[in-house]
Design a protein around this ligand. Sequence first.
Ligand SMILES: Nc1ncnc2c1ncn2[C@@H]1O[C@H](COP(=O)(O)OP(=O)(O)OP(=O)(O)O)[C@@H](O)[C@H]1O
Length: 304
Amino acid sequence: MSELIIQTQGLTKKYRGRAAVDHLNLEIAKGDIYGFLGPNGAGKTTTIRMLLGLIQPTAGSIRIFGKELQKDKLAILRRIGSLVEYPSYYGHLSAFDNLEAIRRILQVPKSRIDEVLEIVSLTSEARRPVKGFSLGMKQRLGIAASLLGSPDLLILDEPTNGLDPTGIHEIRELIKSMPKQYGITVLVSSHLLGEMELMANTVGIIREGQMVFQDTIENLRLESVSDMEFVVSEPDSALWIARDMGAVGTLKNGLLTFPGMQDPQVATLVKALVENGHAIYRVEQNKKSLEDIFMQVIGEGTAS
Ligand SMILES: Nc1ncnc2c1ncn2[C@@H]1O[C@H](COP(=O)(O)OP(=O)(O)OP(=O)(O)O)[C@@H](O)[C@H]1O
């Protein structure tokens, strides 16, 4: 297995006895774009705040770059860039001057400002006051600020929240370039799987503070239970024939649906139906979209 950049074990945060994050074991490999997913209130921001040392865990451990966060906090945080919620700026100052204020605190060379402006494609807007920027430009400026210290790890909490499709596309392309061009590992949170699908290679899905899935997007697809749909001449009696062979289905508008039915069972059912004189018009597999699978994993029924 490749080197782990973030590893948590039993990470837990309780508020008034209630776990917002519950025994979370995060594993993020070097060079990953790790999509941290979950519905609102699942515990993503609380987890990110613990990873950034902003709040103390109630229990569990955090290792970043192979070191205990508790023991090497400053050295670790120096290597992390982050964007948590909406960043605040001096609206009357230009993008350049806002970055300059942060650069002084970080004590990095002045040339780094031009470099990060270039990375986020804000070079031509650098001298304009930030108050005239669109939300997407402000988010890109936030990412520029998080890159000033040349981090090895970027942690972005819902960076596309509230952006229009163009803004989302720009942020996505920017994130995608991080591991390849700059060797930066990325943890990015979202409540929309569709957004992650196009940039993340690994996803961690949390629900009520607990990890319900952590693996590659490809393996998330394999989690899917596809429905098998039948259109036959006598659906009512077909349902009973299927039930006799242990396949429980539903009948709606003439369509018989069998969740998760595998090929050998399909063959058995087709044979039984033919032997009973049924005509079979159609047998189809209803493949689920990744969004449906996400809903299935977080237990909120099927997306429409
Ligand atoms: N300071 C706090 N005091 C009490 N409860 C809190 C506090 N911070 C978070 N919580 C609770 O912890 C749970 C997880 O919240 P968190 O903000 O981490 O979720 P999230 O997945 O980031 O959701 P969102 O996308 O809505 O930000 C929620 O039930 C929230 O109400």
